[in-house]
Design a protein. Sequence first.
Length: 308
Amino acid sequence: MKVTVVGAGAVGASCAEYIAIKNFAAEVVLLDIKEGYAEGKAMDLMQTASLNGFDTKITGSTSDYSKTAGSDVCVITSGIPRKPGMTREELIGINAGIVKTVSSSLIEHSPETIIIVVSNPMDTMTYLVHKTTGLPKNRIIGMGGALDSARFKYRLAEALGAPISDVDGMVIGGHSDKGMVPLTRLATRNSVPVSEFISEERLEQVKQDTKVGGATLTGLLGTSAWYAPGAAVSGMVQAIACDTKKIFPCSSLLEGEFGLSDLCIGVPVVLGKDGIESIVEINLNDAEKAHLQESAAGVSKTNGLLEL
C-alpha cells in the first residue's frame, strides 16, 4: 500500500504521521511546492519511527509527481484558506486551479488511484475532481463528514459526561457552518438514544457547537485545525487500505440518492478497497430531509461559481 499526501502543511503532515503510526501502509509520499519542505517534514517524521514503533517509509518530494507513481490512495490537502478581504469567488478560483492541476498530475502517474479531497471548499472541490478527471465516482471521496462527525462525538461526550468510546453519532450535509446536519435524533450512548440522558436544549447546544467547530478552532488558533482533520483522513485511508467496509459520512457524488443529483455532499458510505463501495440511504425524518435539502442548495450555489 502506497499513499501520497499532497500538501505538507499542518494537515498533510498530521495525516502522514497518523497513517505511519497505524503501520498499515508500506510507504507514504509527502509532496509540496515549497522547496525542501516535504523532504524536511518526511525526515522529521522518519526520525520518530523507532520511537513510535512503525515501519512505514515516509519520503518527501518538491513537486516531483514521478515519486508518487503507483499510489493506491492520494490525498489532496493543497490550497489556500480564505483570507480577510478575500471573496468566496476568489478562494474558489485559486483553489480550483490548484486542485485541477494536482489531481491531473496524480492520475498521470497513478491512473488506478483513489483520491480523497480535503481542500476547501471541500464539497465543491470534490465535485470539481469528478467533473475534470473522468475517474469512476467510487474513487473520488471528500473528507468533511468524517471530521464533522468526530467533532460531534466530542461535543456529545462533553455534554453527557461520558467516555467518548461510549458515544456514536453522525453528521451529514455540506462541510460548512450552515451546511452541516448533525443527526441528534440518531446519536447514542452505548446504543441508548442520547435524548434519554440530556435535555433537548442541551442537545441543540451540542448541535450548534458542532456546526461552528472549525470556526471555533480558527478563532482560538488563528488558523485551521490539523490534528483532527489529519486523523479523519487517516481513518478513511485505513478503511480503504485494509478493506474494512467501515461506514463514514463522506462527500460523495449523488445520482438520485436522498433525492439529490449532480452534486457532492456528505452522506453515509461504506469504504473498502474500491473506495466508496456503497451509499447508505438511511431513513431521515421530515426535518432532517429539509435540512439536507437546504444544505444541498448551498453546495449547488457554490458549485455554480466554478468555471467548468
